[in-house]
Design a protein around this ligand. Structure first.
Ligand code: NAD
Ligand code: FES
Length: 283
């Protein structure tokens, strides 16, 4: 049993949870994730470890309520517990002293880029971060990202805060004005990561993205998370989650991730219809 110590709503539909998981807290590195189950019969969900406190034995997870299970997790409060927390999983982020690194977080992907930006800064890099969201109220971890960056640029699609436009507009401006950075890390929705790869391909800037395809066991056994990278079959859970952005077959990835869109939508609707009369933990 993994007790939830604290929860906080960071933005509409985005919740931060502090969870007791002492062994995970002791071993995790930037880029690792866990697979959680909220209930004994629940779906297994991969979530990046955003932060940890080995002394207190806690980890921090951030979840966006998109489907049924993420809605259930978002409604858990301090005192509840996760049935399982398995991890740390995945290869840690390749962190070196590159020079100038641009770290890009799109929407809730900012939760995933934050520990990476922090590790890159600690390794001696000059970190320029770009955090983007559709509007002001969906910007998360702005203070945390500012604290681990030499410069932070905020963008919103609607211009309600920071620069108006996509994160890729800010990246292009950095390249045009300051010249090529030594590396780029980009995490967010697939179209965003593909667009970042398109921006950095021609100037030949090494670029990593973190992939979150459908996952089940998280140990390389089930094959659910397979992705094509450089024409080779890779499993995001054990070979990744980070890969060379210029080698990822995003078209295939986006198509595969739509496989269960219909059943997922149906499960969410059924859950929403029942949740008003039942404890969400019973659903
Ligand atoms: P969103 O769709 O609101 O986009 C966030 C930002 O990404 C936008 O503000 C924009 O700056 C940029 N962006 C989006 N589409 C773009 C495009 N075509 N070109 C250039 N920039 C673009 O983001 P959201 O709703 O917070 O994202 C949710 C998605 O992110 C989910 O699908 C989730 O699976 C994914 N996600 C991925 C990871 C990961 O590890 N890869 C982690 C968390 C969430
Ligand atoms: Fe099963 Fe990666 S989740 S192989």
């Amino acid at each position: 049993m993994y007790r939830i110590i604290e929860t906080q709503e960071l933005a509409p539909t985005i919740t931060r949870l502090t969870v007791e998981a002492p062994l995970v807290a002791k071993k995790r590195k930037a880029g690792n994730f866990v697979i959680v189950r909220a209930t004994p019969t629940g779906e297994r969900i991969p979530l990046t470890i955003v932060d940890s406190d080995p002394e207190k034995g806690t980890i921090v997870l951030i979840v966006q309520a998109i489907g049924k299970t993420t809605h259930i997790i978002s409604e858990l409060r301090a005192g509840y517990h996760f049935e399982d927390v398995v991890g740390p999983l995945g290869e840690p982020t390749p962190v070196s002293e590159f020079g100038t690194v641009v770290c890009i977080g799109g929407g809730v992907g900012t939760a995933v880029i934050y520990p990476i930006a922090r590790a890159l800064k600690a390794a001696g890099n000059r970190v320029i971060s770009i955090v983007g969201a559709r509007n002001r109220e969906l910007i998360i971890l702005e203070d945390e990202m500012a604290a681990v960056s030499d410069k932070l640029i905020v963008t919103t699609d609607d211009g309600s805060y920071g620069k108006k436009g996509f994160v890729t507009d800010a990246l292009q401006e950095i390249i045009d004005v300051q010249g090529k950075p030594d590396a780029v890390y980009a995490i967010g929705p697939f179209p965003m990561m593909r667009a970042v790869a398109d921006v950095t391909r021609e100037p030949d800037i090494r670029t990593w993205v973190s992939l979150n395809p459908i996952m089940m066991d998280g140990t390389g056994m089930c094959g659910a998370c397979r992705v094509s990278v450089g024409g080779e079959l890779k499993f995001a859970c054990v070979d990744g989650p980070e890969f060379d952005a210029h080698q990822v077959n995003f078209d295939e990835l986006i198509a595969r991730n739509q496989t269960y869109a219909g059943p997922e939508q149906k499960a969410l609707e059924t859950w929403k219809n029942r949740v008003e009369t039942t404890d969400c933990r019973q659903l």
